[in-house]
Write a protein that binds this ligand. Sequence first.
Ligand code: EPZ
Length: 416
Amino acid sequence: MRGEYRVKGAKNSALPILAAAVSKPGIHEIHDCPRIGDVFVMEEILRSLGADTCFEGNCLRADTRNMEGTVVSREIMSRMRSSVFLMGSLLARHGEATVHRPGGCRIGRRPIDIHIDGLSQMGFCVESRGEEIRCSGRCRGGRVRLPYPSVGATENLMMAALSGENETVIENCACEPEIADLQGFLRTCGFDVTGGGTSRIVVRGFSKGTHASGGAAAGDTMYFIVEDRIEAATYMAAVLATGGRAVFRNIRTEMLEEVLGVFKRMGAAIRSFDDTIEIIAPEKLKSPGIVVTSPFPGFPTDCQPQLMTLCTAAGGLTTIREEVFESRFTHKKELAKMGANIDICGKNAIIKGGLPLKGAEVSAADLRGGAALVIAGLSAGGETDVRDIYHIDRGYENFDEGLRQMGGIIERRTCD
Ligand code: EPZ
């Protein structure tokens, strides 16, 4: 594959930001918003709560002035993990929220205990009744420390703290760039949030008697979402897997340091200037040795499946240790159908690379694993049929079109 690609807006920014729009009544224009399944579900959630939305191109306009709803239905919650963000934003707006245990990619148990414990520590009343969770009250301020730097819990608690009368300090936060982006949006809305993107976030509340909506005077906002570092890394992996070279626009190296480091260890030549990165594949990929996934700025778990595909083509033995989710190797058995030699031992995947993959019929089981199978199909001999691609459409906008533009021989078919 070769050519140029402009990286789109980040899925994992758009989702918390759209939820956060509930916190402040107004007309919010969200630009560079990816047209993906999960965003369409979030749009449906906002409408179910009373918002008006209009999605033109990559601009999603949400009018949240008349949103009285405080209950997110079980059906919608079951479709996407990010629906959990509505806990925080509804508490900020109305002081109450009823949600249900969220669904999402089956890559682990994915409990929400850190979210719930954090809300309780902040002074909210949280009642779990089976799958339903009711929360109410307002943030009393003070200090909350996360037991693990959970991305979603950090974002949820940031939003819930907006309702506080005092200052709330959240410690041991996740530091993903998408959290700094959520802070950017909240500050654009007039909220006083600092520290986003670091492990310590401070939210300064509003005067007595007003919820966030009262505190941040109603008004309109325009916001541009940060680039999707995971989309960029996915396309870069496709270029490396097919021995190509390409230039990526709208992506800064500081979003991908660890990933670019691993690609360089595999022999890739990488040049960057401003928000452009050029990547050139080596004649033969080398094993990167041992790669461990961890919270940002470590190697992102969302790039682990794509890396596993790459390592099947790299000479030598590679160990990938998945430290973030407990069952995020579902793509391994599908890659084995293509001839990959991979052993799973607990958290470790040991890949014996160097053997060319051969085309096969495989199925996506989650978003990033599905993308990894497409990359495998592009690099394998023969034709590969990737099924259940709705998983991929949840998180990548026009994935097949983007790959085709860069020379990938790929077409979308409706199954019989
Ligand atoms: C976010 O999920 C991302 N999703 C995920 O991207 C990403 O893989 C993950 O962060 C880690 O970077 C969005 O931003 C929409 P976590 P999230 O809370 O917030 C455990 C993709 O492919 N945990 O940081 O759910 C959890 O089970 C998706 O784009 C608890 O135990 O991730 C996991 O093992 C997949 N209790 C670990 O922490 C909790 O209350 C990290 O989860 C919360 C999390």
